[in-house]
Unconditional design. Structure first.
Length: 420
């Protein structure tokens, strides 16, 4: 605990350091940590308990997002794409955040998402058919990434199939670059790669806005391009870019992480897997436990807009404050036996989608994707056996398996249920 270095990406690549965070929750639930060099004269408050994380998220006028949602401060760059990043939904505060979120909420509400189930199930069947035929494969590439990339980028947002690999690369790159501190062995390469990618992503977003305003299609980007404010004014290009950045960068990574992490958890807990296959009605609660267990987003950062006392600590205006969701999801005061993977866990108030005003806009869609995919896996009686070592991302921001060699077998007699 005393030696915890939040910027040791190799440590995170071995799995989230739950033992160290267990000690922090017990002894120093809100602790001060130095930033990575060359900014080690500065620091941040690390909130590790569920109740403190929820308090930060609820107090969105005190703990603001505009200075950055990761530990690196948002910096101005000489390119119009800078505004697209700075004004992404996850970086906006009240009242602008609430105004833009309210406009798009219907597109991700219960009714709209429910209409996608048939399409999502067709994608799940297609992806599983292809993977199952291979017998041995990298589960991350063939299922965990392939499935949400096709659902979100192609079916929901309307990207052309030829653009899917590029879009997935953008999402992965910009989520990884958040975690790489100056001085890390990957820093120079990541900065160079992200600069090139940002230019291309910005041009793609502008083209998407203009083409869909001129000739709308049957996709969410067309709906966003045609949205009008309450006064009848059409949405501006800049506001469209705000949506586009958040949707494109947050589109698949966390869902992919939960799929791979959930399958790995079932493989590591065969008694839970057997229980799930014997009783498919547990799929929804199993998905919630996978989200808690894996915690695909490790943290989000806020900045104090005023002095505030949090958990007995005096937070000063301008201080960085980190909500560590992965720690909050193992809080002993909230979850009974939090280090046990239990697909029947109830209640399960996990923080995998955040909390408060910035609660994940795509949570319903992600839950539907996960439920449908695992329904199809269970219906086929698929068993995934590890066929090699698991690799994880070098990131303190995204908790994601990046490679998972598996061999798959089907036991059709296990489950004959048909999902409508």
């Amino acid at each position: 605990m005393d030696d915890l270095n939040f910027f040791d990406l190799d440590m995170f690549s071995r799995g989230f350091p739950h033992q160290a965070f267990r000690g922090l929750r017990r002894d120093r639930p809100i602790s001060w940590h130095a930033l990575a060099p060359p900014h080690s004269d500065q620091g941040f408050w690390l909130a590790t308990k569920h109740k403190d994380i929820c308090e930060i998220a609820r107090q969105s006028r005190i703990f603001i997002s505009h200075a950055g949602s990761v530990l690196a401060d948002a910096v101005q760059i000489p390119h119009p794409a800078w505004r697209m990043i700075r004004d992404g939904l996850c970086h906006l505060d009240a009242p602008k955040h609430a105004e833009l979120r309210r406009l798009v909420v219907p597109q991700f509400g219960a009714e709209a998402v429910a209409t996608l189930e048939t399409t999502i199930r067709r994608r799940a069947v297609e992806v599983l058919d292809r993977a199952q035929a291979r017998g041995r494969f990298d589960l991350v590439a063939e299922i965990a990434t392939e499935f949400p990339v096709r659902v979100v980028y192609q079916d929901v947002l309307g990207f052309a199939e030829s653009d899917l690999k590029t879009a997935a690369y953008w999402g992965d790159l910009f989520n990884r670059v958040h975690a790489v501190p100056n001085g890390d062995r990957e820093f120079s390469h990541m900065m160079q790669a992200s600069g090139v990618a940002l230019e291309r992503l910005y041009r793609y977003a502008v083209d998407a806005f203009r083409s869909r305003r001129d000739a709308p299609r049957d996709d969410v980007l067309s709906i966003l391009a045609g949205i009008r404010h309450g006064n009848g004014e059409p949405i501006s290009e800049q506001d469209f870019l705000s949506y586009f950045w958040s949707l494109a960068i947050g589109a698949y990574d966390t869902t992919a992480g939960t799929i791979a992490g959930g399958i790995a958890a079932l493989a590591a807990h065969p008694e839970q897997q057997a229980k799930l296959y014997a009783n498919p009605s547990l799929i929804e609660s199993a998905v919630e436990e996978m989200l808690r267990w894996e915690s695909p987003v490790i943290y989000f950062r806020r900045t104090a807009a005023a002095d505030y006392e949090l958990g007995g600590q005096a937070i000063k205006q301008g201080d960085r404050v980190v909500m560590c969701f992965a720690s909050g999801n193992r809080d002993e005061e909230v979850f009974q036996a939090p280090d046990i993977f239990d697909i029947e866990r109830h209640p399960n108030p996990h923080l995998a989608f955040g909390h408060g005003a910035h609660f994940c806009l795509g949570a319903r869609l992600a839950r539907l994707e996960l439920r449908v995919l695992f329904e199809e896996i269970v219906a086929r009686g698929l068993r995934f056996e590890l066929a090699g070592p698991i690799a994880r991302a070098r990131s303190n921001f995204i908790n994601r398996i990046t490679r998972m060699p598996v061999a798959v077998e089907s036991r059709d007699e296990v489950c004959t249920i048909a999902f409508e």
